[in-house]
Structures are given as structure tokens and as C-alpha cells.
Design a binder for this molecule. Structure first.
Ligand SMILES: [Zn+2]
Length: 373
């Protein structure tokens, strides 16, 4: 991965390049931001720049043996740690090939994607345990193979448990020379203060529309109105954007399903509500999940319309048309309920909820909430 292939994040790129050039690299870095903002590609581009034997003022060369080994995730001095379901594997190495497959296909993957890849049947929560930090300590205590830095990238370090963090703290406090940690973290609150105080925090920003548009085009979304709608819903997260592109053809369907739900619930028409639930439960799971994101987006846009004089509203024309009359039904009295309902439903779908019950429940809850506006 070269810097030129990392989407956006210009300021951070420049900062990292300067650190390498001036040889003042802090030994523990924390990249903060959603994984969909590109923390992993950024970490890879940085390490590749650091290891490149022929780097320029702007980027790694991409062709020297070091660059090649890094881009294939096969450099002996670069190690990866990530959460694992402990019943399946206590250490990341045991699932490295699955991880590599996922992250090579989609560098913006997040924890949910990883759960789908590594434990699709049971969906248990993976963690980074003390076994993994022990493994990191051992690896970093070895002499570097190629005489330079030894690097450990800890993906989704949010999932380190306390024992793991305590063990890691020792080496972060007293690092061996030329060791480098890069922690990819989504929520600062999940990291122990003792670790935080010893890391250099570097922020990844939500990607802007200009950064993300080429990704949309790559994924077959060329229609301007649809692009606008997807960009608005992605909130700068490339992982979400890519999912939405896959569901791009669903956009019109999502809109009409959403409108149908709101209209029948507003009129308290129970039979059409039941028909709606029946129809929704016949869709595939990905389509159902996609609808939840869409519903959350429409609720948020309604709020934007009401409270910001439409300034922060980002929708397609067709959506704006519907929101003209609908938005007033989303107020402070029900917005939290709506948000909660659709996020929880998404969560339950991931955990194989009974679809017909779930959609029936949604229609009744929506009927209650909408009349509370
Ligand atoms: Zn190179």
C-alpha cells in the first residue's frame, strides 16, 4: 500500500512522512477513527514508507523487496494482532490467513465484517487476550530480521481486555529500540488511560465526498442522485459506502418500503402493516439490514430538515420530496425511539432474529412513535 492509494487524510499523510524523514517516530502510535476512515491502509502505507529502501519525498517506491513484502503482508518484521474468538484461536496468527483474505479484499473492514468472516455461524465476540499480548512481546523481543524496525499493528485494539493491556503496557513503557506499535482504535473510551498516556494519538477524519466518489464509481454507482444519497448515508465511512453501493440498486426499493411503512403506520392501517411485515421478511438478510441503515438515514435527515433549516440535509430530490411532508413527524419526542428501533433491529438481524416477528414489531412500534410526534 502506497500513500497515493490511501483515500483522503492528506494532513496525517504529510505528518507521517515528515516523521520518517526527520527520524523522530514515536514508538507507540494510536490511529483514532472508524476503521472505515482507512486506519488500516494508512498504517500499511506508513510502515511501507518506513521500510522502503528507495523512498521519495512523497511515497514509498512500491517495487523494492521491502515494499513488496509489506504489500503482501509477509514482511518478517511486521506483525499483526487482531481480536479472535478465544474458543477458536487464542492468538491472531492462527487466523491470519482468514484475516489477510478479508483485509486484502476490503481494507476498510470493521469488527462486524471480521465476525462474519471468522465465526459466521455463531457470531461470538472476538477479543484480544493476554495470550496475544504475550505473543507480541515474544515477537518484538526477537532481533529484527532485516535490521530495521519491528512493527506490530494491532487492529481494532478497542477489543484488548485488561490483562492484555496490562501486559502490553510493560513494553510500551520501556520499549526496546526500534520497536513500533500502531494501535487502530475506534473509540478512545475503550482504551486504558495508562496505555493512552503513553501513545501518540493521531486522528483519522471522516472521508469527504471527493475522496469517496471514485469508490462509488468503482462499485458501479454513476447516477448523480444515487451518489448523493449514498454519500450522505456513509458519513465518511468507506466501509459503509461500499455496502451501500452493493445495495445501490436497492435504493428505490428501500425508499418505497420506508414510505409504505410510514404511511400505513400513520393511518393505523393494520392490514397493510401486516402486508408490509410479510413482504419485508421475504427479503434476504443483507437486504433487510440494508433497509435498517436506510431508515436510520431518513430519520436523521428528517431531523436535519427540522432543526437546521435544511442546511445540513443531504438527500436525493426524490427523498427530499417525501421528507417535505414527513419530516415534521420526527421530533425530540420520538427521534431516540426511532433510532433505537432501527439500530437494534439491525443488530438482531445480524444475530439471526425471526424476521417476520421483527418486522411486525417494527410496524407496531413505528405506529406508536409516529403518533407521539
Ligand atoms: Zn520500496
Amino acid at each position: 500500500m502506497q500513500f497515493k492509494d490511501v483515500l483522503g487524510q492528506k494532513a496525517l499523510k504529510n505528518l507521517l512522512i515528515r516523521e520518517v524523514q526527520e527520524d523522530r517516530i514515536s514508538h507507540a502510535k494510536l490511529f483514532l477513527g472508524k476503521l472505515g476512515y482507512g486506519g488500516f491502509p494508512m498504517a500499511m502505507a506508513f510502515v511501507q514508507y518506513l521500510f522502503c529502501t528507495n523512498r521519495t519525498a512523497e511515497d514509498s517506491c512500491g517495487v523494492c523487496p521491502s515494499c513488496q513484502k509489506i504489500s503482501q503482508m509477509q514482511h518478517p518484521d511486521l506483525h499483526f494482532a487482531f481480536p479472535t474468538v478465544q474458543a477458536l484461536a487464542q492468538k491472531s496468527d492462527l487466523q491470519f490467513s482468514e484475516f489477510k483474505t478479508m483485509i486484502s479484499e476490503q481494507p476498510f473492514s470493521n469488527l462486524n465484517d471480521w465476525i462474519q468472516h471468522s465465526d459466521p455461524k455463531s457470531g461470538r465476540r472476538p477479543i484480544i487476550s493476554v495470550h496475544q499480548s504475550q505473543d507480541i512481546l515474544q515477537k518484538l523481543s526477537l532481533k529484527s530480521f532485516e535490521g530495521g524496525y519491528k512493527v506490530s499493528i494491532i487492529w481494532k485494539a478497542d477489543e484488548m481486555n485488561e490483562q492484555c493491556a496490562n501486559k502490553l503496557l510493560k513494553i510500551i513503557e520501556e520499549p526496546a529500540p526500534k520497536t513500533l506499535f500502531i494501535l487502530l482504535v475506534e473509540e478512545l473510551e475503550s482504551i486504558m488511560p495508562t496505555i493512552l498516556s503513553r501513545t501518540q494519538i493521531q486522528h483519522l477524519k471522516p472521508l469527504n465526498d471527493i475522496d469517496l466518489t471514485p469508490l462509488l464509481v468503482q462499485n458501479g454507482i454513476t447516477d448523480g442522485e444515487l451518489q448523493k444519497s449514498i454519500l450522505a448515508r456513509s458519513e465518511g465511512d468507506a466501509n459503509v459506502a461500499k455496502d451501500l453501493c452493493l445495495g445501490g440498486v436497492r435504493n428505490n426499493q428501500n425508499r418505497s418500503d420506508f414510505i409504505q411503512l410510514m404511511r400505513s403506520c400513520y393511518k393505523k392501517d393494520v392490514l397493510p402493516m401486516m402486508d408490509w411485515a410479510e413482504k419485508m421478511s421475504s427479503y434476504g438478510k443483507e437486504e433487510q439490514k440494508n433497509f435498517m441503515f436506510y431508515a436510520l438515514y431518513m430519520i436523521r435527515q428528517s431531523l436535519m430538515k427540522n432543526y437546521t433549516n435544511e442546511q445540513l440535509m443531504k438527500t436525493s430530490h426524490e427523498e427530499a420530496d417525501f421528507l417535505k411532508n414527513f419530516a415534521r413527524f420526527i421530533t425530540n419526542n420520538n427521534v431516540m425511539d426511532f433510532t433505537d428501533l432501527f439500530s437494534k433491529s439491525h443488530y438482531y438481524l445480524e444475530r439471526n432474529a425471526h424476521a417476520r416477528l421483527l418486522f411486525t414489531n417494527i410496524s407496531f412500534e413505528v405506529m406508536r412513535y409516529i403518533h407521539r410526534a
